[in-house]
Design a protein around this ligand. Sequence first.
Ligand code: ACO
Length: 437
Amino acid sequence: MAPSATSKQVGTATLTYGDKSATLPVLGGSLGTDCVDVRKLQSQLGIFTFDPSYGATASCESAITYIDGDEGILLYRGYPIDQLAEKSTFLEVAYLLLNGELPTTPELETFTTGITRHTMLHEQIRSFWSGFRRDAHPMAMLCSVVGAMSAFYPDSIDIRDPRQREISAFRMIAKIPTITAWAHKYNIGQPFIYPRNDLSYAENFLYMFHAVPAEDYVPNPILTRAMDRIFILHADHEQNASTSTVRLAGSTDANPFACIAAGIASLWGPAHGGANEAVLKMLAEIGTIDKIPAFIEQVKDKNSGVKLMGFGHRVYKNFDPRAKIMQQTCHEVLAELGIKDEPMLDLAIELERIALHDEYFVSRKLYPNVDFYSGIILKAMGFPTAMFTPIFALARTVGWISQWKEMIEDPSNRINRPRQIYTGAPARDYVALGDRG
Ligand code: ACO
């Protein structure tokens, strides 16, 4: 099993407020910044802490993923992301995230069989799609169908039963490619393609997405590898907005399907998982390389409200290590597909070059993030823009489940409930309708 040591006290910090002082423990983990434990602050000084976007707050202890944003390091259970992207497979990484260690050969075989035996959806779930509009955004369909899984699989929603937790995890990891592919098939009016368990996880997704019953479909190994790598790079990213949403929902003991549906909703926003879609829209709007300088000026003008999508990150103040792998994968995919001139790629490379030398971006430590290149790869592989965020959700499902499982198995877990600074009206008496105004 994974090392699951909890944090240790490494020092104290003293805070003085008015005529009182509190000595607070400072906790340290195995890597990363130490944290002041403020849980007793209110009882000692009668005050809370204020950190509205959680930029300075550790919300939990976790042994799953580590990011050093200044150095551009990302580790899954201690393993560097570039080594996993190069040498591992998505299902192996899924096992690692869930269980803490890389699997042995028999463990991987059992895990792979478990996942592939759960790829079909309950047939009744098909009828959900006929209720959606044909042009429904696939993220809307993902949210709904994953949330509805709790109605179809009530035998795996008892969160106190480890076996049921395991089955619900298998079900979500196995079925999310089917749901994602079917959302696309529904959008374009093609028949749903049922999963094939002789194919690998990535092959099966590509097959369900691209195949039609009228023709044979042979997965391309280079594109399959690119797909698998995209899944690995997106599999987890510690306490980001969607993962924190999953944990917040899960802290109430809500069932796992409902929690993951909440994570999908949170991922949808353009500041988070929706950014890869936004990058392509931005590149299309810029249009040609000669328009880049004017666009950059717009980005730098705070009144314009325009951002350079695919740039910047709350945690990375250096190159996002995933962006480098994405860039390399992008070249591999375009070469395999024989795409010599991809104007979007030329635009992206030039934008990156300019931004990496411009004082505005340099001084704010704004670097390309994972989404800067992923959209170009996905577009080249035949995925419509609306499918980019669903593919991110597909890959992140295992991270959400691993984080949810870690939280549920932590005996100190209790409902998450932040405080606030109230700025509204003080207490006042109700005024009858006729006496108002
Ligand atoms: N373009 C232009 N300026 C930016 C950008 C950007 N993409 N990102 C940040 N800045 C500026 C901010 O305006 C701010 O400037 P200021 O100090 O003059 O006020 C400064 O850089 C610091 O940025 P913050 O807003 O404090 O960064 P924050 O951590 O809140 O936001 C975020 C991070 C949301 C990712 C932001 O960089 C952004 O919107 N980027 C574009 C969207 C994107 O690519 N999102 C994907 C993130 S990765 C993921 O979810 C997988």
